[in-house]
Design a protein around this ligand. Structure first.
Ligand code: C2O
Ligand code: CU
Length: 507
């Protein structure tokens, strides 16, 4: 198949693999060398934790999701894909903190699927990980997710099956704070995505090409100056797949980048009145792309990261990694402004149009000067006082050495691919420290299911954090939600080829 990959990353990957050789054998030593007994996702402990979350008088929010083959119009680009609706993203699900969600999933796909509630500290048996917390939902099958959503914030849902996330199978879940009406006049939900499905390759084709090393190489040979068969792979493109902020910025050079399911040539329009205060909920549902986001002629006040409040930070632009959600506030000026999400380190961008007054719409290639001013990563944010994790010495520390590369295409934690990696054992009630040590050439947005960790001392509460090449990020969490919790890179191709490990409560 023609290539979506850049040769530069094949090379970078080899260097990464060489680096890995030096770390093979660095495996977190389990506290208990004998086979530990793990908390079963369907046991009494999970039921007890759920009861503690339930509130008297809580409402039940019901929804139905029907994953199925759909044809989507991305704005002049029509694609056959899989979605939950005739649109991407799927319809919003909205609840109040403490509400119970009951979501019926009716699988009309030709394959197994599942739904994971990304960022929610829910009961383990509803976490949606086939083979760990439930059986896969087979083709033609049904499953009802039924859980309490304890914490307010911006979340999303997607399959935890193969690389299905890289299709249109994603939607936003907002949990409102019943005690906080919000200080804003308008709310815009902005979902970022990288898109390939239905353009000649499926995400499974991409995965296969990555795995057999033929992607970018036309039959396994990738020599400089060879004919790339008219694919969008020139030297400029190759160079552009690294980012000064992220290092190796991705493995897949996507044909399209989307905001709310639209290509930049036919963007969505977000409206408000001049001088209104708008809350923008940014969700990065992409599979291999971080986005640098800015709103032309405005600064953004970051208020929440992964659902939890932060000390407000005023910035010109910010980078949102895959799986991250960031809420920003902005007082909008009068006119028409581009909301630009540049594929960080890649060629291309997503666009939405902000309209509060007269003016002609921006072009698809519009840039915003703010993109090159103050740019922050969310790991620079500080937790708001009311969500700071109380200080406590860790009861145990686990290292997660992030390794791997492009040749072979294999991504590892502690030198192993899932499910070979030794689980990260924890005990209920413990303070657990995770040290994520990136020894690869790529950035990895590392996500922990079922918990919200704290970044260092007083850092933001998050469930997904970018770890850049050769960086170590240390996070602490309270082990207060028993079960078996996937901890993985939210680059879906990295996760699918091994970069996942089990944060395992033991009995
Ligand atoms: Cu959105 Cu296991 O992740
Ligand atoms: Cu990764």
């Amino acid at each position: 198949m023609p290539s979506l990959l850049t040769r530069r990353h094949v090379i970078a990957g080899i260097a990464g693999a060489a680096g890995l050789a030096g770390t093979a054998g660095v495996v977190a030593v389990a506290a208990n060398r004998n086979t530990p007994k793990l908390v079963d996702p369907h046991s009494e402990a999970i039921h007890r934790a759920e009861l503690a979350r339930q509130r008297p008088g809580a409402a039940t929010v019901r929804a139905t999701l029907t994953p199925r083959p759909v044809t989507l119009d991305l704005g002049g680009v029509t694609v056959d894909t899989w979605g939950y609706a005739e649109d991407a993203p799927a319809p919003l699900i909205r609840a109040k903190a403490g509400d119970r969600l009951r979501v019926d999933v009716v699988n009309e796909l030709p394959v197994d699927t599942s739904v994971h509630w990304h960022g929610i500290a829910l009961r383990n048996d509803m976490d949606g990980v086939p083979g760990v917390t439930q059986d896969p939902i087979g083709a033609g099958g049904r499953f009802t997710y039924d859980f309490t959503a304890p914490h307010p914030g911006t979340y999303f849902y997607h399959p935890h099956s193969g690389v299905q996330l890289d299709r249109a199978l994603y939607g936003v879940l907002i949990v409102d704070d019943p005690n906080d009406a919000g200080r804003y006049d308008q709310e815009w939900i902005v979902v970022l995505d990288d898109w390939v499905d239905g353009t000649g390759h499926t995400p499974d084709d991409v995965l296969a090409a990555l795995g057999d090393g033929t992607a970018g190489m036309h039959g396994g040979h990738d020599t400089p100056g060879m004919d790339h068969g008219g694919m969008p792979m020139d030297d400029g493109n190759m160079e552009s797949m690294t980012s000064p902020l992220l290092g190796g910025a991705g493995d897949v050079d996507y044909p399209h980048y989307l905001i709310n399911g639209r290509v930049p040539a036919a963007p969505v329009t977000l409206t408000a009145q001049p001088r209104q205060r708008v809350r923008i909920r940014l969700v990065n549902a992409a599979s291999d792309t971080a986005f640098r986001v800015a709103l032309g002629e405005h600064q953004l006040t970051v208020t929440h990261s992964d659902g939890f409040p932060v000390v407000p930070d005023v910035t010109d632009a910010l980078v949102v990694g895959m799986g991250e959600r960031v809420d920003v506030e902005v007082v909008v000026a009068d006119g028409v402004f581009p909301l630009v999400a540049v594929a960080e380190g890649k060629t291309g961008q997503a666009l939405a149009v902000v309209r509060t007054g007269g003016g002609s719409p921006p072009s698809a290639e519009v840039r915003a000067a703010e993109l090159d001013r103050r740019v922050i990563l969310t790991n620079q944010l500080r937790a708001a006082d009311n969500v700071r994790l109380p200080q406590r010495e860790p009861d145990r520390t686990h290292d997660l050495v992030l390794g791997g590369g492009m040749m072979p295409y294999r991504w590892t934690i502690n030198g192993k691919t899932f499910t070979d990696a030794e689980p990260l054992l924890v005990g209920e009630g413990e303070r657990v420290r995770l040290r994520m040590i990136n020894q690869s050439m790529m950035f990895h947005p590392m996500h922990v299911h079922g918990h919200t960790f704290a970044l260092g001392d007083g850092g933001a509460r998050k469930d997904t954090v970018i770890v850049t090449p050769h960086q170590t990020v240390t996070v602490d969490l309270d082990a207060d939600n028993p079960g078996q919790w996937m901890t993985h890179c939210h680059n879906i191709y990295h996760a699918e080829t091994g970069m996942m490990i089990n944060l395992a409560y033991q009995l």
